[in-house]
Write a protein that binds this ligand. Structure first.
Ligand code: UD1
Length: 430
């Protein structure tokens, strides 16, 4: 099994280029099946999740062609609303975006229930409520979501919880419904806005994305477009946190600094120096970080997808910090691994109470999910001795070239496939 082996202790220094946003890419790829004309998507990240979705849309007759590593041409003229079910798609969360996209275009969709990181219950009741309001009959049968309608019509939908997935899914279906849809209490995440911009570039009429009320006037058809995906807020945030964890100096390039404000604000409270440029952020952390408190919230609050990374940073702070997770109920599973590296953290309900320690020590641990896996890599980068991380397929679902980018910043990290290579690394860096 592939794993990362890390020799900790190098402060990360240098520049890193951020790739396109995974979560925006997944929504945009799904939406690209809504037109029979050609769509060209630029800045598509080359990671497992996006590649699984590309493979899946191929299976329903969509032609896809990568013209370079980050550009794909999609033509869904021959797409059919076949049931969607394969081993890969079961593992990713965004499979359910195909329900909204296919329902919008074909008025019928059958998609296997979504997987994704096991960080909580992750219900889809708000998605189903939205589809039903648009006139679809919607049920879960034999492990799949089935939504069908004679016609979709606009509706006034009030989401009971702020859900990124439900906002995106309803927005896609409503784009091809008759009349006006209003989504209230909508999610405001950058990738919600990116999807709205993408759909509008295909002829959709969506207003208000990025606020909590989105208004959509349905259109009969969508046309082809060329569109570049926004940079990944969470990948950028992970490298910003890597500077804090390793007391480094990293220029994070190709970002939208506005999307990073909640992360930047916390890093400043923690004593790091930040310099913002038009499309880059430099994070310098020379000393032990200060403690602070963090609560995850929907955008523009502090992202739940950055919770493990900031916890790893605060685990080394001088003082006591409290990190409260308010989005997902089961997102502290990595704390055991971090504790085995010397962290002093107690979880009480939805809060982690962190008493900062002076150092972490290397251990053999396992990535429990995507973001926690990346956070444990950051811990390994600063830990004394060697850290081995198993289950790195979780990390590679959502970070392109993660260990190589870290290596370019001075990290001593290798991706190994067998014990022999691990031993070789240990001998080389003993
Ligand atoms: C998306 C992101 C994920 C991120 C999360 C929150 C993608 C592919 N994934 O996940 O990386 O961590 O947003 O920013 O973009 N909920 C319900 N009923 C529903 C839907 C959601 O109760 O029908 C609840 C969830 O259990 C959770 C909260 O709403 O407590 C937010 O979930 P949601 O925003 O939907 O997350 P995802 O779209 O699954």
């Amino acid at each position: 099994m592939e794993k990362y082996i890390i020799k900790g202790g190098q402060p990360l220094k240098g520049e890193v280029e951020i790739t396109g946003a995974k979560n925006a890419a997944l929504a945009i790829l799904a939406a690209s099946v809504m037109t029979s004309e050609t769509v060209t998507i630029e800045n598509l990240p080359d990671e497992a999740d996006t590649n699984v979705l590309l493979g899946t849309i191929n299976e329903i007759g969509v032609f896809t062609h990568r013209t370079d590593r980050h550009t794909v041409r999609v033509n869904a003229a021959k797409a059919r609303n076949f049931p969607i079910d394969n081993e890969g798609i079961k593992k990713i969360r965004a499979s359910y975006y195909l329900v909204g996209a296919l329902l919008g275009r074909f008025k019928r969709a059958k998609v296997v229930l979504p997987g994704g990181c096991a960080i909580g219950l992750r219900p889809i009741d708000q998605h189903m409520k939205g589809f039903a309001a648009l006139g679809a009959s919607c049920r879960i049968e034999g492990g799949s979501v089935i939504a069908e309608a004679k016609e979709l019509h606009g509706a006034h939908i009030y989401l009971d919880v702020v859900s990124v997935g439900a906002t995106i899914n309803i927005m896609m279906a409503a784009t091809m419904a008759q009349g006006q849809t209003i989504i209230e209490n909508a999610a405001k995440e950058p990738h919600v806005v990116d999807l709205a911009n993408f759909l509008n570039s295909m002829g959709a009429r969506i207003k208000g994305a990025g606020t909590d009320v989105i208004r959509i006037r349905g259109v009969e058809r969508l046309h082809g477009t060329e569109y570049a995906i926004i940079p990944d807020q969470i990948e950028a945030g992970t490298f910003m946190m890597a500077a804090a964890v390793t007391r480094g100096d990293i220029l994070i390039k190709g970002v939208i600094p506005k999307h990073l404000e909640s992360i930047s604000a916390k890093l400043k409270e923690m004593g790091c120096t930040l310099t913002e440029h038009d499309d880059a952020v430099r994070v310098v952390c020379n000393d032990r970080v200060h403690s602070t408190h963090v609560k995850t919230l929907p955008y523009p609050g502090f992202p739940t997808d950055m919770q493990p990374q900031i916890t790893v940073a605060l685990g080394l702070s001088a003082g006591v910090s409290i990190v409260t997770e308010s989005i997902f109920e089961n997102r502290f599973k990595y704390i055991d691994a971090l504790t085995s590296m010397g962290a002093n953290i107690k979880v009480e309900g939805s809060s982690a109470i962190i008493s900062g320690v002076e150092k972490y020590t290397g251990a053999h641990i396992s990535a429990p999910d995507l973001r926690a896996g990346a956070a444990l890599v950051l811990a390994g980068l600063v830990a004394e001795g060697f850290t081995v991380i198993d289950n790195i397929h979780f990390i590679e679902r959502g970070y392109e070239d993660f260990y190589m980018k870290l290596r370019d910043l001075g990290a001593t990290i290798e991706r190994v496939e067998d014990d022999g290579s691990e031993q070789k690394f240990r001998l080389q860096y003993a």
